[in-house]
Design a protein around this ligand. Structure first.
Ligand SMILES: Cc1cc2nc3c(=O)[nH]c(=O)nc-3n(C[C@H](O)[C@H](O)[C@H](O)COP(=O)(O)OP(=O)(O)OC[C@H]3O[C@@H](n4cnc5c(N)ncnc54)[C@H](O)[C@@H]3O)c2cc1C
Length: 377
């Protein structure tokens, strides 16, 4: 039987958009299926900005992927009418032996990344807008910056379509089954067949990909935009993207003052309440905002000011907070990328290329093997 597509990509969000583009640019017959609009605000790719960093405190093994990823964002930016990437530098603050400062330093040393270590005095002189405790230090890297996620998803889908991909939005995958060496994918409108399927379904992966023995947890995360009491210290020329580890496992992060949406974005990078992705409260209450506002008042007092907007977004955690990018252990025609654990957006391009390699040639030279699913068994 002739199969209509080489590859079906289930979920056209952050990773799915990049995967569709990579496959289509390589001449594959691709069908991308997305349950909502492209882009949308129900999953993990909204909120107008994502931090991109290379001095990766999470694990030095990500750094080679990040080098590819930064080049990818620059190429997409250069090829696009929309701004995709803005380099601002990155400033990571905390106790010198804490995960953020010591982990960023270890990744920088291991991979020879350009970076500067700042003691508390140097930090106060260079970045007086941050009021951190006396025993804090910082690591600064010039390569960091911001990727604009809605623009990035849009630009990649635009490229995929121009290269011949079929992309169907507002069409949900409801089931799939192996069909000989290929696969059959059923949606709420149709049934499609392909040689392979790639699941890039974010928070919905757990319910869609059966026989995946890795538990994925979805959490509700809140974001806020504040209008600062003083604008000058937070203009992008004066303020890098930043992280502050106030205690182990509790880090806040934020962006400089941007125009769209107006204000300084900040958020807590720690697992929020566990939720069902189809039943998420999208309103942010005053009580939920309080810890963020208290944090701002203490650590960035000049950033404190009226709340201009807030949003809810979803993290999908793997058990060890590292990604899963692999062939399905039980089905050779199925690939997946999931469990991005709140830090995946910066990798979209490289994940898309690795998945396209897997689907088209069965292996990849990109160093993603430490992210294999088998590590949990
Ligand atoms: C508040 C917040 C801040 C973040 N900040 C950063 C940051 O600064 N830097 C960084 O690198 N990362 C950051 N992240 C993490 C990053 O955004 C995510 O890791 C990444 O977006 C995950 O991509 P994804 O493709 O898995 O999910 P998504 O982008 O949500 O894509 C999954 C898609 O699959 C679709 N889908 C699911 N089920 C089906 C189905 N049955 N049929 C059809 N379509 C389906 C969904 O609708 C969705 O569009 C942040 C995340 C959040 C929530």
């Amino acid at each position: 039987m002739a199969l209509a597509y080489d590859v079906i990509v289930a979920g056209v969000g952050s990773m799915g958009a990049a995967t569709c583009m990579s496959l289509a640019q390589r001449g594959a017959r691709v069908l991308g299926l997305e349950q909502f609009d492209i882009p949308h605000r129900m999953g993990a790719h909204h909120g107008h900005s994502r931090m991109v960093r290379q001095a990766y405190f999470e694990h030095p093994d990500y750094v080679p992927l990040l080098r590819h990823a930064m080049q990818y964002w620059q190429r997409l930016h250069d090829a696009s009418d929309l701004p995709i990437l803005r380099r601002t530098g990155g400033l990571y603050m905390g106790r010198p032996d804490g995960a953020i400062v010591s982990g960023s330093a270890a990744a920088s040393r291991t991979h020879g990344l350009d970076h500067e270590l700042l003691d508390r005095k140097a930090l106060a002189e260079r970045y007086p807008q941050f009021h951190v405790p006396q025993d804090f230090a910082a690591l600064y890297e010039s390569a960091a910056g911001i990727v604009f996620p809605e623009h990035a998803v849009s630009a990649q889908v635009d490229q995929a379509l121009r290269c011949g991909a079929e992309i169907r939005a507002r069409e949900a995958v409801v089931d799939w089954s192996p069909n000989g060496a290929g696969v059959e994918v059923r949606t709420d409108r149709n049934t499609y067949s392909a040689r392979q399927v790639i699941f890039t379904a974010g928070a919905w992966t757990g319910r869609l990909v059966r026989d995946l023995t890795v538990p994925l947890t979805v959490t509700r995360q809140t974001l806020v935009w504040l209008w600062p009491a003083a604008t000058e210290p937070f203009e992008p020329a004066n303020c890098p993207v930043w992280l502050i580890e106030i205690e182990p496992d509790t880090g806040y992060y934020g962006m400089p003052l941007l125009q769209h949406p107006p204000g300084i974005k900040m958020a807590l990078h720690r697992a929020g309440e566990t939720v069902d992705p189809d039943h998420v409260c999208r309103e942010v209450s005053e009580d939920e905002l309080r810890p963020l506002l208290d944090f701002a008042a203490k650590y960035l007092p000049d950033a404190s000011g009226p709340v201009l907007s807030s949003q809810v977004c979803l993290y999908t955690h793997s058990p060890d907070s590292h990604f899963i990018i692999d062939r399905h252990p039980g089905y050779p025609q199925v690939f997946l990328a999931c469990g991005f654990s709140g830090h995946g957006f910066k990798f979209c391009g490289v994940v898309g290329e690795a998945l396209a390699d897997f689907a088209l040639i069965g292996r990849t030279e990109l160093p993603v093997h430490f992210l294999h699913a088998g590590r949990f068994t």
